[in-house]
Design a protein around this ligand. Sequence first.
Ligand code: ZN
Length: 316
Amino acid sequence: MATAFTKKSLKLETTTVEPAVTPPPANNTSFVKKPKLASKSKKREIPEGLWTKCPKCSTMVFDKELDENLKVCTQCQHHFPISSRERIHSLVETCTFEEMDAEMTSVDVLSFTGVASYTSKLQKYQQETGLNDAILTGLAKLGDYRVGLGVMDFKFLGGSMGSVVGEKLTRLIERATEKRLPLLIISTSGGARMYEGMFSLMQMAKTCAALAYHAQARLPYISVLTNPTTAGVMASYASVGDLIIAEPGAMIGFAGPRVIKDTTQAELPPGFQTAEFLLDHGLIDAIVPRKELKAKLISYLGFLSNGHTPAVVPQA
Ligand SMILES: [Zn+2]
């Protein structure tokens, strides 16, 4: 009975006895390929898209687990990059994000050509990321609060700020001012976009001017800095929040450490330009782990709206 069960479970139709050693294939010519050696080294390769190696603690983290943990290492809490859409999904109430200016795309005003033309770079990143530029903006609900929300995406040309990022943000800030809503901007950026030269730099002043009107209306603005937030973005809207919070370990600064070291000819202190260092030195107000971000933001919105009647009006 036992043998019959085994045969059935193996779906073996034949009654011949299984050989102890796998017999060579009948057709000897297939030995010419001899794939044995190659397959031995292949065995060590890990299939792509299943596991990710944590750059901080070197643990192999199962991708599904990483996604469920909001792209935070389950061992050492290292915060992996997260796309703008994933970020919005992790923060706002389901189906409340109303995107603004989704179709806006950059124009190659300078006819910039380097290794590749700006136009071809834009096309490449649009295809790769499914985004039209490095930011998504819109109105959304966090808890009971309606907010103007801008989320940058580092995967699109290093989250660089060109005229589209600046214009989309300015329109968002103006809409929030008009509707008397608080603002929430989540930044990650390498700085101004060199392909647009002066047009990129102008966005620094433009976004900050719009924010000044928003502040004048006594409406709160919370800036969230994620890894990395640097250069022209850090030197404009990212650093002028009523509250500035950062994710753990985020690299935050204006110029890179090597440039500063060469210019000042001084040894830089340990932990220079990290969120933790900047919290100690008073530039940022809090470091909030990604998994606590939503709850903390809702609590901050409540705190900032309290006692300021014209400010945040919780939605029913
Ligand atoms: Zn780790």
